[in-house]
Design a protein. Structure first.
Lengths: 268, 285
């Protein structure tokens, strides 16, 4: 029984790992390997120049800067809005609490991709086409992060808040020196998730950028022109380089993500 | 409730409210209302149209085609995705020695971006000489034949969603109280009985969630198509949102853009409403 379990999981593993492994293999193919009548699994020799060419793409500095810049900007906006919102929901009493919560939750039912054109018009009328802010803004609100953080904030002791108020500390002081350190792991999880999702987004940045120098990496790699020239090796090399960072992050944070999910499942 | 506290709370909620209204609520309400109006190509409102924009839309052969393509994709993608992620998580739920890296690899697709994964699949399925044909001994021109192109898209979809669905199911399997399983074992239950009568019902909540999220994602699929097939061959992978994307950004057709947009938000919402209804009924039992 156990042997069967292991065999089936290994077959499944091969299926899931194959695209990633093949991508890495192709990134080392010399050009001549693509002209053979049967596709190769391994390169005839290791062609490192693919990586050299991937790193020397025209405008690559702009693409990196745009991806990192817009993702960082979006993450900051998201953290700022969600932390303040979650603080209000978890620590303050006010009229219309439920109504506001419902309004914010309604956004969960509105998928961004289905209102693409309207948001394009909004960003365009704000003169934010081809800017980091234009890429980041519509992607920097998430009701699910708000819920997650509100739940987490609610579970921390209210006594600290009362005590810090008696000591004359303002809300911002309390949030930055007590609330955030106490909820470090959730905040970290939300930040990573925000950064990765904006960095890896495709459709919205595609729509909202027109100038070549305003594009992000995810858009740029689909337009390198390597594919058209049959230069698949350099194309794959650029994808490998692009994925490497997040693969490392994922491996490092896997345990933490599982822990956070487990806690989430137990709360319900 | 003190007045000062109320004002403070509203101020703190302002950033969230602005982002939510400007980029979610306003665009949806705007398309909803516009879809009921007659608007000319330069954006001037000519009058109330009722549902005539919708009637026109449903008569459009391309839109009909896109509905069929989307339903085909959904009916292929959702079962395959559910089966494979459930299989992988069930098999690895009880820790096997040395399987840590296996779990990591099952989870790893979350680290690969949509465009990266799509380009890799484009290469894997490129023409008759593709690596997939060689390994499976096939002679299919995957991306230039109707059904194979759809299948390629389904496989890509499974790969893209695999990591997150796997980890969600895996953690819910592992959150099951071990004492329950041990008690069943002592009572002489076979491992198949334990799996189907105890474990599966206990993770049903999460399984349902992943299934409904998959349905929603499938109905809304568009980005991989833009990179992989551009709707081809012969419009065989032209889904509803791909049709919307082309009409809105390439043809500038406002009536189509407003009606499709409204319909898709409503269908995505409907899927989530059905999900929460099932969820609540299960809870009451």
């Amino acid at each position: 029984m156990k042997a069967l379990r292991i065999i089936v999981s290994l077959i499944l593993l091969l299926v899931i790992a194959f695209p990633m492994l093949y991508g890495v293999a192709v990134s080392f193919f010399p050009k001549s390997d693509f002209n053979e009548s049967k596709a190769r699994l391994f390169p005839s020799r290791l062609e490192f120049r693919n990586y050299y060419r991937a790193l020397n793409i025209k405008n690559i500095g702009y693409y990196i800067l745009n991806s990192v810049g817009s993702a960082a900007l979006g993450t900051i906006i998201k953290l700022f809005s969600v932390i303040l919102g979650a603080f209000a929901f978890s620590h303050l009493n006010f009229y219309g609490k439920k109504a506001i919560l419902i309004i914010l939750m309604a956004t969960l039912f509105i998928p961004q991709d289905a209102i693409l054109f309207q948001n394009y018009m909004t960003i365009s009328s704000l003169h934010l086409l081809d800017t980091w802010l234009g890429i980041a803004l519509p992607l920097s609100f998430s009701a699910s992060s708000l819920i997650l953080l509100t739940l987490s904030f609610s579970s921390s002791e209210k006594d600290y808040y009362d005590a810090s108020r008696l000591d004359g500390a303002g809300d911002f002081r309390y949030i930055s020196s007590i609330l955030l350190p106490l909820n470090q792991s959730v905040v970290l999880l939300i930040s990573i998730q925000a950064f990765v999702s904006i960095f890896n987004s495709f459709l919205w940045p595609l729509v909202v950028t027109n100038k070549a120098k305003a594009r992000t990496l995810q858009i740029a790699i689909t337009m390198l022109g390597f594919m058209e020239e049959g230069d698949y090796g350099a194309e794959m090399a650029s994808i490998v380089l692009l994925s490497l960072f997040f693969v490392v992050i994922t491996v490092i944070f896997k345990k933490r993500i599982e822990k956070a999910l487990e806690n989430g499942i137990n709360i319900k | 409730m003190k007045r000062k506290e109320c004002i403070k709370a509203y101020a703190y909620l302002l950033p969230c409210l602005i982002l939510a209204s400007v980029f979610f609520l306003y665009p949806f309400l705007n398309t909803l209302i516009s879809s009921l109006l007659r608007i000319n190509t330069s954006g001037v409102v000519l009058g109330f149209a009722g549902l005539s924009n919708y009637a026109l839309l449903f008569k459009d052969k391309s839109f009909q085609n896109s509905i069929l393509r989307t339903l085909l994709f959904t009916s292929l993608f959702v079962p395959l995705n559910t089966f494979l992620t459930l299989l992988a998580s069930s098999l690895t739920a009880r820790k096997i020695k040395g399987f840590g890296p296996v779990e990591t690899i099952f989870f790893l697709p979350v680290a690969i971006s949509l465009s990266g994964a799509t380009l890799i699949f484009k290469e894997m399925f490129r023409g008759r000489v593709s690596i997939i044909n060689r390994l499976l001994g096939l002679e299919i021109d995957w991306l230039n034949e109707r059904f194979p192109a759809m299948l390629t898209l389904v496989f890509l979809g499974v790969f893209l969603d695999f990591g997150i669905d796997y980890i969600l199911l895996l953690t819910s399997f592992r959150a099951i109280d071990k004492r329950v399983l041990e008690a069943a074992e002592i009572d002489g239950a076979s491992s198949a009985q334990i799996y189907f009568h105890i474990e599966l019902p206990l993770i049903m909540r999460m399984l349902l969630m992943t299934v409904f999220l998959a349905i929603k994602d499938a109905l809304l699929i568009v980005a991989p198509i833009i990179i992989l097939t551009e709707g081809g061959p012969f419009r065989s992978t032209e889904t509803i949102l791909f049709y919307y994307y082309i009409e809105a950004f390439k043809s500038g057709n406002r009536a189509v853009q407003n009606t499709v947009s409204t319909l898709m938000v409503l269908s995505a919402a409907l899927v989530m409403v059905i999900y929460s209804l099932i969820f609540h009924r299960r809870d009451k039992k």
